[in-house]
Design a protein around this ligand. Structure first.
Ligand code: ADP
Length: 239
C-alpha cells in the first residue's frame, strides 16, 4: 500500500533522514520506534505531505504522491501538538475535515450525523455539544482520532498520540486503538519512543536511530534477533 524509496531529508545541511526505504502492506499496524531526534516525526510528516523530502519517493498504491497536498492524499493524522479547535464544539471539530472539503462536501445535516456516528465509535456518545476545554486529556485525544477518521482515510498516521497522558489511560487507549484499527480495516503508522508500546501493539516495528533504519521486523524478530547493537540496547531497555 505504501512504499518509501531511498528517502533523504536535510534541515540546514544536517541529514535527518538518510536513505530510508520501507513498505507497508494494507491493514498493517506499523510502529516507528526510536529515541528522540531519530527522525520518526519527519518521516511521518513526509508521508502525510506536511513536509517534503530532498530525495526519494513516497508511493501510495503504486502512485507517486510527492506532488499531492495533504488533503488529496486522504490521510488521517493525530499529532500530539495538532490540537483541537477550542472555539468549536466537539462535534464541529469531528466534522471539520468534511465541512472544508472543496469537492464532494456532504450537506450539513449529513456531516452532523457522521460526527455523531464517529463519537459513538470513539465512545464519546452525547458529548458532541461540549467544548474541548470541558473534556479530559484522554477524551480530547479520542476526539482528535474521530476527527482524523471522519474523512475516511486510507491511511492513519499517529505521532505519539497518547504521549501526554498518564500511564493507565495510555495503556487502555492504546489497546482500544489497536482494536479500532482492526475493526475499521485501517492501515496505520504510529510513532513512539516507547519500546513496550511498539512491541505490544505493532504488526511490524521500524527501529530508527540518527535518521537511519536499524531494523524492520515483527516484535518477535526485533526482540529475539536484534540486527544491530543499537537495536539490542534500545529494545533491551524494556527489561
Ligand atoms: P523524532 O520524531 O525521532 O524525535 P524528528 O523527526 O522530530 O525526530 O527530528 C529529527 C531531527 O530533525 C532532529 O534533530 C530535529 O531537531 C530536526 N528537525 C526536525 N524538524 C526540523 C525543522 N523544521 N527544522 C530544523 N530541524 C528540524
Amino acid at each position: 500500500m505504501i512504499r518509501v524509496n531511498n528517502l533523504t531529508k536535510r534541515f540546514d545541511d544536517v541529514s535527518v533522514l538518510r536513505d530510508i526505504s520501507l513498505s507497508v502492506e494494507p491493514g498493517e499496524f506499523i510502529a516507528l520506534l526510536g529515541p528522540s531526534g531519530s527522525g520518526k516525526t519527519t518521516l511521518l510528516r513526509i508521508i502525510a505531505g506536511l513536509e517534503f523530502q530532498d530525495e526519494g519517493e513516497v508511493l501510495v498504491d503504486g502512485r507517486d504522491v510527492s506532488g499531492l497536498s495533504v488533503r488529496d492524499r486522504q490521510v488521517g493524522f493525530v499529532f500530539q501538538h495538532y490540537a483541537l479547535f477550542r472555539h468549536m464544539t466537539v462535534a464541529q471539530n469531528v466534522g471539520f475535515g468534511l465541512s472544508v472539503r472543496k469537492r464532494n462536501r456532504p450537506p450539513k445535516r449529513e456531516i452532523e450525523a457522521r460526527a455523531q456516528e464517529l463519537l459513538r465509535l470513539v465512545q464519546l456518545d452525547g458529548l458532541g455539544k461540549r467544548y474541548p476545554s470541558q473534556l479530559s486529556g484522554g477524551q480530547r485525544q479520542r476526539v482528535a482520532l474521530a476527527r482524523a477518521l471522519a474523512i475516511e482515510p486510507k491511511l492513519l498516521l499517529l505521532d505519539e498520540p497518547f504521549g501526554a497522558l498518564d500511564a493507565k489511560v495510555r495503556k487502555d487507549l492504546r489497546r482500544w486503538l489497536r482494536d479500532l484499527h482492526r475493526q475499521m480495516g485501517l492501515t496505520s503508522i504510529f510513532v513512539t519512543h516507547d519500546q513496550e508500546e511498539a512491541l505490544e501493539l505493532a504488526d511490524r516495528v521500524v527501529v530508527m536511530d540518527h535518521g537511519v533504519i536499524e531494523q524492520i521486523g515483527t516484535p518477535e524478530e526485533i526482540y529475539m534477533e536484534p540486527a544491530t547493537p543499537f537495536v539490542s540496547h534500545f529494545v533491551g531497555e524494556t527489561n
